[in-house]
Write a protein that binds this ligand. Structure first.
Ligand SMILES: *Cc1c(COP(=O)(O)O)cnc(C)c1O
Length: 436
């Protein structure tokens, strides 16, 4: 621990996460001078003695308190592995968290965290909409274990949320928030959520605030500083950032992470060493990638807003007409990020023609990678939501969602422009044919 603290400072100056991503938690002398941490591709670890094995297990199973400076030794890769421990140490830096745990996927991170904190009879209050997998887990899986999920949306005022939390009382165990919401980029006020959570739960078992921070990532939003107890990532998105792996992460206080980690051990939902190593490589460029993509997104969003075939943009840099949303943005977001949705003039047909005409931007779900992606939320990522509910959530048939990558912004605009032209030509063509 002391060693880690020393590595994070230079003559007493705390170093920025981006300065530490190449070295933190690893020493070349541990591995033949290798500048990069090796992949510890191993399932189990050899004990120096039976006594050492016993001591490690005592700590792993909490049979005794650790001695001063005693840390848990390596036992078996479902419990711990150096490739994951170094990754997890690095992950803590961005969010200023005490502890982090890596997972096999974002869904593994979400489901394991929820199961670690919930028991039959509990209620989860959650923002709506949430990611489709989370939605299914909350509404279809948890009820089978006697746990109820109740949604709240943007029309719920902070006072109403507090009243609902107070009415649920000790049954309220978790408040789960995803902000900005996908695909509309609507913001939920994290401090208001934390205040509501304090109205539920009990002194012995407080209601925990879990925040899915995948969309702005650990560079542009730090929920732990706004009252969250756990921050969760689909590391598949910005953290991985190259559309080549599936992983997840959870961060929080040492005490709470102990519960999450224990559930991870028993469910076996940890990340594998190779993916852990890939994530470490990705973290070296995390800030560069996110800032660059956000810069391009601003240029592209502003261009889209002025386009004759765009009826509306959903972008965190375009909240000027909505003072309440703008206030939340200023309070908790550090950038508008790189996710843009927009409504194309027309409906599903125009949206599909547009998507089918893109050349440089790929038609795929997922987000946060180096390449720009486009998709149609109503028929793809959010297709299992009833049309009426989709409308309530503001998801329209004409909505296209863009995840902006690191390509040249003007190349991306050229692609969007030619796709808009294709849509317009196809709209004109049938009329021309009629008159022929
Ligand atoms: C993708 C995503 C998830 C699920 O993550 P996986 O890594 O695909 O399991 C959860 N939440 C949000 C907001 C996501 O975008």
């Amino acid at each position: 621990m002391k060693q880690l603290h020393e590595q994070a400072h230079l003559n007493g100056r705390p170093l920025k996460p981006e300065s530490l991503m190449m070295s933190y938690g690893f020493k070349p002398e541990w591995s033949e001078g290798a500048i990069k941490c090796p992949i510890f591709q191993t399932s189990t670890f050899v004990f120096n003695s039976a006594e050492e094995g016993k001591a490690f297990f005592e700590l792993a199973y909490g049979l005794r308190q650790p001695a001063p400076e005693e840390e848990m030794g390596l036992i078996y890769s479902r419990l711990n592995n150096p490739s994951l421990e170094i990754l997890e140490d690095r992950l803590t830096l961005w969010d200023g968290a005490e502890d982090a745990a890596s997972f096999a996927s974002g869904m593994a991170a979400i489901s394991t965290s929820l199961l670690a904190l919930l028991k039959p009879g509990d209620v989860v209050l959650h923002s709506e909409p949430v990611y489709g997998g989370s939605d299914f887990f909350l509404k279809q899986v948890l009820p089978r274990f006697g746990i109820t999920a109740e949604g709240f949306d943007l029309h719920t005022t902070p006072e109403q949320l507090q009243e609902r939390a107070a009415a649920l009382g000790e049954k309220l165990a978790v408040l789960f928030v995803e902000t900005p919401a996908n695909p509309t980029n609507r913001l939920f006020d994290l401090q208001a959520c934390a205040a509501a959570a304090r109205r539920g739960g009990t002194a012995q078992r407080p209601c925990r605030v879990l925040v899915d921070n995948t969309f702005l990532g650990p560079v542009f939003q730090h929920p732990l500083r706004h009252g969250a107890d756990l921050v969760i990532y689909s590391a598949t998105k910005f953290l991985g950032g190259h559309s080549d792996l599936i992983a997840g992460a959870v961060l929080g206080s040492k005490a709470l992470m102990k519960e999450v980690r224990a559930m991870r051990t028993f469910m076996g939902t940890m990340c594998d060493p190779n993916t852990g190593w890939m994530l470490m490589r990705s973290l070296e460029t995390l800030k560069l990638r996110m800032e660059r993509a956000a810069q391009s997104a601003r240029v592209i969003a502003d261009w889209l807003r002025e386009h004759a075939q765009v009826t509306r943009t959903y972008y965190l840099g375009h909240l000027q007409d909505d003072p309440a949303q703008q206030a939340i943005f200023e309070q908790q977001c550090l950038s508008a990020g790189s996710m843009i949705s927009f409504d194309i003039a027309g409906g599903e047909a125009e949206a599909f023609q547009f998507l089918n005409s893109l050349k440089l931007i790929k038609l795929a779900v997922s987000l946060g990678g180096t390449e720009s992606l486009a998709e149609h939320p109503a028929s793809m990522t959010h297709s299992d939501i009833e049309p009426a509910t989709q409308r309530e959530m503001g998801i329209t048939a004409s909505m296209v969602r863009l995840s902006i990558g690191v390509e040249d912004a003007h190349d991306l605009i050229a692609d969007l422009d030619q796709a808009f032209n294709q849509v317009q030509q196809q709209a004109v063509a049938p009329v021309a044919a009629l008159h022929a």
